[in-house]
Write a protein that binds this ligand. Sequence first.
Ligand code: GTP
Ligand code: SPV
Ligand code: MN
Length: 590
Amino acid sequence: MSCSNSNVVKWVEQSVALLQPERVVWVDGSEAEYKGICDLLVEQGTFKRLNPEKYPNCFWCVSDPKDVARVEDRTFICSKSEADCGPTNHWRDPREMYDLLYSIIRGGMRGRTMYVVPYLMGPDGSPFSKVGFELTDSPYVVANMKIMARIGKVALKNLPDHSNDFVRGLHTIGQLDSEKRYICHFPEDNTIISINSNYGGNALQGKKCFALRIASCQARREGWLAEHMLILGITNPAGKKIYVTGAFPSACGKTNLAMLIPPKLYTDAGWKVETVGDDIAWLNFGSDGRLYAINPEAGFFGVAPGTSYATNPAAMDTIRANTIFTNTALDLDNMTPWWDRMTDQPPKRAKDWLNRDWTPASKDKPAHPNSRFTAPAGQCPTIAPEWETPNGVPISAIIFGGRRTKVAPLIYEAFNWQHGTYTGVTMCSETTAAAEGKVGQLRRDPMAMLPFIGYHAGDYFQHWLDIGQRAGAVLPRIYHVNWFRRNAAGEFMWPGYGDNMRVLEWIFDRVTAGKDAEKTALGFQPRPSDVRTAGLSISDSTMRELFEVRPEDWREELDSQSKFFETIGSKVPKALWQEHAALKQRLGLK
Ligand code: GTP
Ligand code: SPV
Ligand code: MN
């Protein structure tokens, strides 16, 4: 394959001189090529082929035991000025970081193959799509990128010949040395260099590195939003369809909500939910002033544990073919993948994610909590027919939601865009296994973007406010949900998953029919009886508890918000402090 863009060719030549690979392969994105890469990974022992009847063209693999999640401590934003990076990111001077990285990777691909992976983030032919290149020595990355992005010829086709508008990415697995692991972003150069990791968002550069960290900087410059959001469509029995995005922190329910199958009572009546994206949304203004979302990705890199026919049947059907399973268990009797809560019966004989023999008598869980599947989005039974529409889908509502044992009620609606921005900025959630570090600790995660804002968080908040000020903007309404509130016994009070349809219905009716709601201190809330509970065994008192706003919890919450704002410093927009004060007053707190 050849590339007619001389900027690309020149940069690849320079990178070859730096990394000195034995061979350079331009990836064309064909099926034959993908098959060759998978065969190579099988030959190397990295991939094991799964049962061809039950899981055709699927593979199982495990990562290095110390390379199992994103590493926020080793992730850097290298903007020229430290003030552009802000306190939520780790900053390094770009010149120093380039020097350090080059000194580590110089000659690092000797004896290896360098794959040149052109990739397109966004649908073919979309004015909002963007092109990147990942130069990598990892065939595992190439195989995953084939599923997660549109790679090869289609990417080159979307890059004009003289354009310099593409993201340059270097990736090398190096020695997988976790001490020399660096995930680095140079927003002013549209450049990504990630080394010594071969896992997920560290290594598949299209995802978090480009589509969020670099793209958030581009979006700020160009007047749009790059967000950690799922995109879904909801159709009511009368055939009216709206689109909604949802920002939830990592491993807090985006994939599940995006593929929601409504309870039978809804499907019988004619309700339908369809998937446009499960992790990232790029939102641009249309000529009608509305925000239109595209899903820049082409696949799902989804959390395996907890995924089952009971919780997410659409995901289970999506991953039955052409899927890569990383760090799940392998059922040796059936050559099928397995993880916690997938089925009631664990395998009798398995390999665990550390490649050890496992039986139900073993003491550890066989799949890593951040084990994942990589599957083509087009295979999802709930995929919206318009999921690749070049202009994107018009958004009527944005949902924010964290994982919170206490404090946040099931749902409320913000009064307006500014209040909604404040609601998103003050999101808070318990940490999960998607990133290295302790699980279950409360941390503030503005717009679910804490690890992904490629610039100063205060400027990012202002950018959200500015979007709302744009002349002629017809803005979505903003909601906050919490599927994870627990009772005194520590159990989830809300059934979640498909039953989240009941909350989506309320949003649908608010947006399309102006259904009335109660004005409370937090915003507009449904009365507990406004959320349909038919078919659920949930008591009235639990429903009341799900909606409860306890002033003493909120006093702590507001204090924690102030502390968070103080860590961001003087760039926190005044409007957000005003929203904070106004909420305090509405709650009757001094
Ligand atoms: P990333 O891919 O890391 O960005 O995660 P995500 O936001 O897509 O999260 P995902 O949908 O994969 O869910 C993560 C975990 O939360 C899984 O174990 C799910 O089973 C669980 N989960 C998702 N939705 C719900 C819900 O409504 N209620 C409860 N209790 N758990 C849920
Ligand atoms: C997340 O952590 O939000 C993910 C997984 O979606 S990763 O691609 O590893 O970032
Ligand atoms: Mn994610």
